[in-house]
Write a protein that binds this ligand. Sequence first.
Ligand code: DQA
Length: 149
Amino acid sequence: TTVYVLNGPNLNLLGLRDPNTYGTQTLADVQERCDVVAKESGLELIFRQSNHEGELIDWLHEAGRAVADGTSAGVVLNAGAYTHTSVGLADAISGAFVPTIEVHISNVHARESFRHHSYISPVAAGVIVGLGTYGYDAAIQALAHRENS
Ligand code: DQA
């Protein structure tokens, strides 16, 4: 099984940007941790970040093609601000037939009201918010658990 961990806009600045909200770990630190958790769970890890909506959509299609070709795959998606704006990302997830777990580092429900709505949640297999970067670990483990159940 391949797990795609896809990160959206501004997450390349993790650790530098608003550490009170997002913590001090960098995206490289998160990737390192995801590598360990994926290995422990017996999953292949593909870890990416893009500031471009279309590129994230292309990657969701790639995960969808993997499944269509018979590879088992799952997606962990922190779409950043596109969570709150992107019908295109939601359509890509619902069209891809890949279980997708939505992750947010911060508790979006405790923040501005424009962060309370997600286009991703209705098409996600599950949602993890507010657990810090540990949310990525939990999402990878949840995908491994689905795989083995
Ligand atoms: C975020 C929450 C979003 O509202 C925000 O735009 C981000 C990060 C999070 O991980 O908490 O970029 O997805």
